[in-house]
Ligand binder design. Structure first.
Ligand code: FES
Ligand SMILES: [Fe+2]
Length: 463
């Protein structure tokens, strides 16, 4: 064996790792949580220009965004026929319209007369009437009326249908893709739907939805959520119960990857000889942002924090959701399974109320819209209730001002966002023009950029 070549990317944080945690789980985790799906993706630096250059941003608009499946809405954003969601991203605007048969169509939200946007707000509409001169479309996209039609003998009803984008639906999520062709949504998302069969986001509804404009490139913002090891310096208050550098990083095909970050264990950066298991459990109660046992647990003689926290939360989450969770492993109750779907969708797995992220350029290479949703499981048989609208935080409002976000979680976001404007400024000021990444813990960032390059090469100049 040539260990020079074989060992690249093989180094791991010293101390007990993910495999040992899985082996100690009190309820056997599914095989995909135990599997190691890391792939070494080189050690080359990234060009800082990818984040700050207007020309690179334009290539993303032209070659990448029109060809990917984008998470555009949750089903509960438009539960009834006649509901409409305005979804805007990367220089396009779409009307997602729930049809009488329950299907969803996506139309380009632009009047075919002189180009006014048809709607600026989500809401209810049986038709789309342009507020400029009154061209009107039915909500199936067919032309209903052109005022002064005598002056438009050259426009046929057929040619005047609103252009549509492809729509795909999975797990309570509605996706759009501008250009035809490419993989089906099912193929694009694989193996995520298989993993999420256990966690069933189709049985969840949005309980909280918060957005904020971040003064950093959309990729820099997304990448702040692709690895756990920044906890060491950015989120020191969670080290007492977060195995930050013991996370597992898996990559699957071109579009999906995941970070599996253990909770309920001491960070490998802290000394276990001076921190008791009870202290770990107490730190969860003080600083966990996602309902990790906020009432606290008392450990018996010789007990470890992780299984006791898992047992307490297994009961609590079962009561909250009205579902039997006896099959749920400790990992699925406690840990952070942060999945990423290229390019900008990140649903968490597991049985705790699930966090969902989305990142969009807003509107250029220097700003992004970061959205956070909290999904909760609905009791079996409950009808899908309408979700709340997004609460868009003002520039000077902290995440802690968002009602419904657990304060500890909002505090973590506040810490994350505190880095980002300075990342963008730093990338512009960079002397080397390079970003250097870890081989293992930052492999998801490498994976992302590898896929982005594939799109840029395949579709450059195609729009
Ligand atoms: S621009 Fe829409 S009707 Fe004239
Ligand atoms: Fe963070």
């Amino acid at each position: 064996m040539d260990d020079g070549a074989m060992s690249k990317g093989a180094a791991r944080c010293p101390g007990p790792g993910w495999d040992e945690l899985m082996a100690a789980d009190t309820v056997a985790p599914p095989a995909f949580l135990k599997a190691d799906a890391y792939e070494y993706m080189g050690s080359a630096p990234l060009a800082a220009a990818r984040y700050v250059d207007a020309g690179f941003f334009r290539r993303e608009l032209e070659a990448m965004w029109p060809n990917v499946w984008q998470f555009a809405a949750r089903e509960e954003d438009l539960p009834e026929p006649g509901d409409v969601v305005v979804y805007e991203n990367a220089g396009r605007s779409y009307l997602l319209a729930r049809q009488p048969d329950g299907e969803v169509r996506a139309f380009h939200n632009v009047c075919l007369h002189r180009g006014r946007k048809l709607r600026t707000e989500s809401g209810r509409a049986s038709e789309f009437r342009c507020p400029f001169h009154g061209f009107t479309w039915r909500n199936d996209g067919s032309l209903k009326e052109i005022p002064c039609r005598w002056d438009f003998p050259h426009l046929t009803d057929e040619a005047m249908r609103l252009p549509q984008a492809d729509v795909g639906r999975w797990g309570g999520y509605v996706f759009v893709k501008e250009n035809p062709g490419g993989p089906s949504l099912e193929d694009y998302l694989a193996p995520l739907p298989e993993h999420f069969q256990r966690w069933r986001h189709e049985d969840c509804v949005t309980a909280v939805w918060v957005g904020k404009v971040i003064h950093a490139n959309w990729k820099a913002t997304a990448e702040a959520f692709m690895e756990a090891w920044h906890s060491l310096v950015t989120h020191p208050q969670i080290l007492g119960f977060t195995g930050d550098a013991n996370s597992r990083y898996n990559v699957y095909g071109d579009h999906v990857n995941v970070a599996l970050t253990p909770f309920g264990v001491l960070s490998p950066h802290l000394d276990p000889s001076t921190h008791s298991e009870q202290w770990v459990a107490d730190e969860v109660a003080r600083f966990s942002g996602r309902g990790g046992g906020s009432e606290g647990v008392k450990l018996g003689e010789g007990q470890r924090a992780r299984p006791v926290l898992a047992a307490a939360n297994r009961q609590r989450f079962a009561a909250m959701s009205g579902r039997d969770l006896s099959h749920a492993s400790d990992a699925e109750i406690l840990d952070a399974f942060t999945y990423n779907v290229f390019p900008n969708f990140a649903p968490w797995g597991g049985f705790a109320p699930n966090i969902v992220y989305r990142w969009r350029p807003w509107p250029d290479q220097d700003r992004s819209l970061m959205e956070v949703r909290l999904l909760v499981r609905t009791p079996p048989g409950a009808p899908r209730r309408r979700g709340p609208p997004m609460r868009l935080l003002a520039d000077d409002e902290p995440w802690t001002a968002a009602e419904g976000l657990p304060p500890a979680l909002a505090g973590v976001f506040e810490q994350d966002m505190g880095n980002l404007a300075l990342v963008q400024e730093g990338l512009k000021a960079s002397k080397t023009g390079e970003v250097n990444l870890g081989d293992y813990q930052e492999v998801r960032i490498r994976h992302f950029h590898r896929t982005l390059d594939q799109y840029l090469e395949r579709f450059d100049g195609a729009r």
